[in-house]
Design a protein around this ligand. Structure first.
Ligand code: ADP
Length: 496
């Protein structure tokens, strides 16, 4: 019998942790630790450690890549697509069957609220289900070269794929890379973030039970430097999927360049919500509050900039700051509106922006300080914050803060709105709030982003491609588009 969310939360409240957490790497079908080095896993809501996990390095990475290569050549590359689909479908079922446990572990590990963790687990199940259905629909093309010729393409699996995962969506982002890779016939070495390694390891149990052959899915835990870098540098990896900061993305791409390894990079954003004077104010306020305060603002596609027409600015900010001020902060497992940020390091980073803004006298419409769980006085928390009327070159406008911090830029025309919205190095997502369809279309055309939302935010699903322009990344994940990274085209020409 599986424990319910309530009993698991009670266990955490009584013991500080949950039972059944894996603490070793998963290589070639079994949980193993080659050395004795281990790291602490912290509960961001209390800032206390709740588990230890193996700290791997080049040796573990080499073993995992060798296992993935052997499984690729030996079993997975030539496995029947419907079989791959059935295994992925079974994995989706098992994720749903274990949703309560995965939800509590994800919330404890990342700090996110129970509701958000529940959503992420449902999202992971849906991702496996979606790519289960796609596994037997990966097909090539044929070309009319003449009566005695036949030319066609075959979509072959690319090979061994590395997945370097960030800490803000540990399970959901693992799923969005691993599920299409497995569906395409690739094998996997995953390196979860050192802050949040648990659900990648729990997925190893699930995939094994779903019938995935040994060596097809491997997990090496450890720091970015010790375990991530050797994986990114590995000669026998055929594709790297990386989500994280621009700086780390650059070093992953540089490592990949040495081996001419393909990359998919999702590197964050500074995404503008463009609010025009004719918008439905309440709808826009609700969407934008959700876009920046969900997951404590630690979302690459957060609406972290508000680009607003002057005429509506005061009315909008009055409503938004009232909403921001009413949000309840707390430990994720109590399911408040906003949980903690993920780590002491992240709190320091956000805190640096807040104190710098204070020192510069930036106008604050809401929040502006770091804080703690109001019930316990513990944990790493940031107040939902709004900084008003910022110049285009302000660091609060240009840099990804990755916290519940909204930067407001005021504009006087549609043209200026487009220019200001495009005025950063990023181009991940953008939003447009207006009742005027023509203006919405005009802006959609002008905005340089991989995904645009109209009168809403996070209007997404696994079906819809996602990825960034400019420094927000390379390639697209999700949807059928997301399968492309994991196949290589072989063209065949035949004369008869
Ligand atoms: P953050 O700075 O927000 O922690 P990173 O982009 O550094 O985000 O981390 C995202 C993922 O990349 C994590 O799994 C981390 O361990 C990994 N990582 C960090 N540095 C490197 C590196 N040099 N090479 C490969 N992976 C890395």
């Amino acid at each position: 019998m599986t424990a319910s969310i309530d009993s698991l939360v009670k266990e955490v409240q009584e013991t500080g942790s949950v039972s059944g957490l894996p603490d070793k790497h998963f290589i070639a079908g079994s949980f193993r630790a080659l050395g004795n080095e281990a790291l602490d896993c912290f509960d961001p809501g209390t800032a206390k450690p709740f588990a230890r996990f193996a700290a791997g390095g080049a040796e573990e990475v080499n073993e995992a890549v060798a296992a993935a290569r052997e499984a690729f050549e030996g079993v997975w590359r030539d496995s029947l697509p419907p079989l791959r689909g059935r295994i992925l479908g079974k994995a989706a079922e098992l994720i749903r069957a274990r949703a309560d446990y995965l939800t509590v572990v994800e919330s404890l590990d990342s700090g996110k609220t129970l509701s958000e963790a529940k959503g992420d687990v449902a999202n992971a199940a849906r991702t496996f289900e979606y790519y289960a259905g796609a596994a037997d629909k990966i097909q090539g093309d044929s070309f009319p070269l003449g009566p005695n010729c036949l030319a066609y393409t075959v979509e072959e699996p690319i090979g061994v794929t590395a997945h370097i995962i960030p800490w803000n969506y540990p399970l959901a982002m693992l799923a969005r890379g691993v599920a299409p890779a497995l569906a395409a016939g690739c094998t996997v070495v995953a390196k979860p973030a050192e802050q949040t390694p648990m659900t990648a390891l729990l997925m190893a149990q699930i995939l094994q039970e779903a019938g995935l052959p040994d060596g097809v899915y491997n997990v090496v835990t450890g720091t970015g430097e010790a375990a991530g870098a050797p994986l990114a540098n590995h000669k026998d990896v055929d594709h790297i999927t990386f989500t994280g900061s621009v700086a780390t993305g650059m070093s992953v791409m540089q490592a990949a360049a040495r081996n001419i390894t393909q990359v998919t990079l999702e590197l964050g954003g500074k995404s503008p919500a463009v609010v025009l004077a004719d918008c439905d104010l309440d709808q826009a306020v609700g969407s934008i509050a959700g876009s920046i305060y969900k997951n404590a603002g630690q979302i690459c596609s957060a609406g972290s900039r508000l680009v607003i027409e002057r005429g509506v600015r005061d009315a909008f900010l009055d409503k938004l700051s009232a909403q921001a001020g009413s949000l309840k902060l707390g430990h994720g497992l109590r399911d408040p509106d906003v949980g903690p940020v993920n780590s002491a390091q992240q709190l320091d980073k956000v805190s640096g922006y807040l104190s710098d803004a204070k020192a510069r006298g930036v106008a604050t419409r809401s929040g502006g300080s770091t804080t703690s769980d109001p019930e316990t006085g513990l944990g790493w928390f940031v107040e939902p914050t709004i900084f008003d009327d910022l110049a285009a070159d302000d660091p609060l406008v240009q840099e990804e803060i990755f916290g519940p911090v909204l930067a407001v830029q005021v504009v006087d025309s549609l043209e200026e709105a487009a220019e200001v919205a495009n005025g950063t190095d990023y181009g991940l997502v953008a939003g447009v709030f207006t009742r005027d369809t023509k203006k919405a279309r005009w802006l959609t055309n002008k905005l340089d982003a991989g995904q645009i939302y109209i009168n809403s935010w996070f209007t997404v699903g696994i079906e819809v491609p996602f990825g960034g322009n400019k420094k927000s990344g390379i390639g697209r994940e999700k949807g059928l588009e997301g399968l492309r990274a994991y196949t290589k085209v072989k063209a065949v020409g035949e004369r008869f």
